[in-house]
Design a protein around this ligand. Structure first.
Ligand SMILES: [Zn+2]
Length: 90
């Protein structure tokens, strides 16, 4: 999956409740949380967390596709891999 950013500086982590119990995610010093479980990532997104851009090891900062994570240099593009319309102009 990748890294996600906390919604604001006051948030240092989050507990994700699953059918097996609660998983605790703590943010590091820069406010990033590493999430490998897509379901948990969705849960974090629902709580205001955002995907950290350019976390896939690419040297150039890019705009990862919201659908599949493909890293693009363009702010606005339709992903050729999964068809997701990405718009990072805001
Ligand atoms: Zn895609």
């Amino acid at each position: 999956m990748g890294q996600m950013l906390v919604p604001n500086d006051g948030v240092r982590g989050i507990d994700v409740t699953t059918e097996k119990g609660t998983v605790k995610y703590d943010a590091d010093k820069s406010g990033r949380i590493t999430v490998d479980n897509p379901a948990h990532a969705r849960s974090l997104k629902a709580n205001g967390f955002t995907m950290a851009a350019g976390v896939s090891g690419f040297a150039a900062p890019g705009y990862p596709c919201e659908g599949c994570g493909f890293n693009s240099l363009f702010k606005v593009y339709k992903c050729w891999k999964c068809g997701t319309e990405n718009d990072y102009r805001n």
